[in-house]
Design a protein around this ligand. Structure first.
Ligand SMILES: NC(=O)c1ccc[n+]([C@@H]2O[C@H](COP(=O)([O-])OP(=O)(O)OC[C@H]3O[C@@H](n4cnc5c(N)ncnc54)[C@H](OP(=O)(O)O)[C@@H]3O)[C@@H](O)[C@H]2O)c1
Length: 379
């Protein structure tokens, strides 16, 4: 091409170079636009009059390069993070998960599940549905987009009326803490599950395997909803001598009655003078009504002490256990995580991304490392 001198002193090559740059910018814009409206970009390229381009190649080349880079980046982020778009491509529909309960405004369950959903690129959300009565939230269960729910007090014993079926374990324990949506042919079904016990069971089994210590006798302190899961977890972990102690004796008796066809429970009047060495102790009393001193005689020998109560993280029961270095302790937060991991598996069919979830909780707690949360190992 000849370089004609124009009156302004600008050569034709300069003009073409400027046009080329402008067209390159246009090409890039098309590529970006194509991210939003994939077929729209192609239409735009066709619709713009050809004479507008000094050379169409200037537009097509940056367009293709940008598009290529975009797809490489998108692929990388989908592999690493997963994405909403990807899940839609896979035909996964948006779903809503909830926690139903009373006095749950500070629940960390949304942190746990939303961190997992985000990481796995699932178009799911999990929120808190504060409700004094399970009937108040029943309309959410019947929605098409309902994906499942955690159920906490005081609804664990009432929610079965909104279930089409209950798992054998939920029936045995007499409480439901998880709603799972399934399909029986074309029919949508709601199953009542219990993961309170399975989280504890995983923790006990893990300790048993790691320590190789004998686990013959267990003690459950408290006889409310959580104690049923604790007793059942001990039974399923193969602990054959199980003691129960509770402030209200009659309540302990009714819990024992629940399990009488499966295993036997010995009710103690109090914590003084235990009949034998205990290897697993599970506390199920809200920590704020307890003191370290009331538990000081429990921790001879060695064993595993779990407190279901998680406020504060280190409860008087756990502090008493820690006085003997032969006892391992597990916080209520770890139990909460273990049961939430089971819920995550039931709802998504995926293994929960433990590290991502634990990191999200640590961030939620102001970046402080939470003592005793182990991602692999104990949980
Ligand atoms: N980490 C988890 O995943 C998880 C899961 C479930 C529950 N929890 C926690 O576990 C704890 C118990 O929950 P829950 O559902 O079992 O509650 P619940 O059904 O209300 O039972 C409470 C238990 O605590 C006893 N209790 C209450 N106040 C007492 C006091 N001043 N002195 C002695 N005993 C007292 C009750 O004894 P009486 O029978 O004599 O009233 C009963 O045995 C709560 O802190 C809860 O947050 C944690």
């Amino acid at each position: 091409m000849h370089a004609h001198i124009l009156p302004s002193g600008i050569t034709l090559k300069h003009v073409e170079a400027r046009q080329a740059k402008a067209i390159a910018v246009l090409g890039t814009m098309f590529a970006i636009f194509s991210r939003l409206v994939p077929s729209g970009s192609a239409l735009l390229l066709i619709d713009v009059p050809v004479p507008f381009y000094a050379d169409l190649r200037f537009a097509v080349f940056p367009y293709l390069v940008t598009l290529f880079l975009h797809h490489i980046l998108a692929l990388y982020s989908e592999i690493r993070m997963g994405s909403y778009a990807e899940s839609q491509d896979r035909g996964i529909l948006p779903k809503q998960f909830h926690i139903f309960g009373n006095g749950i405004s500070f629940s960390i369950s949304p942190i746990i599940h939303n961190a997992g959903f985000r990481h796995d690129g699932l178009p799911y959300t999990y929120d808190i549905q504060e409700s004094r009565n399970i009937d108040e939230v029943a309309h959410l269960i019947s929605r098409d987009e309902f994906g499942g729910a955690s159920v906490t007090m005081p609804h664990k014993l009432q929610v079965h009326k909104y279930c089409d079926r209950e798992s054998e374990t939920a029936k045995s324990i007499g409480a439901i803490n998880t709603l799972v949506v399934g399909y029986d042919g074309a029919n949508r079904t709601i199953t009542g599950e219990n993961t309170d016990w399975s989280g504890l069971h995983a923790i006990i089994n893990n300790y048993k395997t790691r320590s190789g210590k004998k686990m013959d006798a267990g003690l459950v302190i408290g006889a409310g909803g959580a104690s049923r899961a604790a007793l059942y977890a001990m039974y399923r972990a193969g602990i054959r001598t199980i003691y129960l102690v509770n402030r209200t004796f009659s309540r302990a008796e009714s819990v024992r009655e629940t399990f009488k066809d499966l295993f036997s429970v010995t009710i103690l009047q109090n914590l003084r003078g235990l009949p034998q060495d205990i290897h697993v102790i599970i506390g199920t009393i809200p920590a704020h009504v307890t003191t370290e001193e009331q538990y000081h005689n429990l921790f001879g020998g060695c064993g595993l002490c779990i407190d279901m109560s998680y406020k504060p993280r280190q409860t008087p029961l756990l502090k008493a256990a820690k006085r003997n270095s032969e006892w391992e302790t597990i916080t209520g937060l770890q139990v909460l995580l273990a049961q939430a991991f089971d819920q995550y598996r039931l709802w998504t069919g995926k293994e929960p991304p433990r590290k991502v979830i634990v990191d999200a909780i640590i961030a939620h707690e102001g970046g402080q490392n939470i003592e005793n949360i182990e991602v692999e190992g104990k949980l």
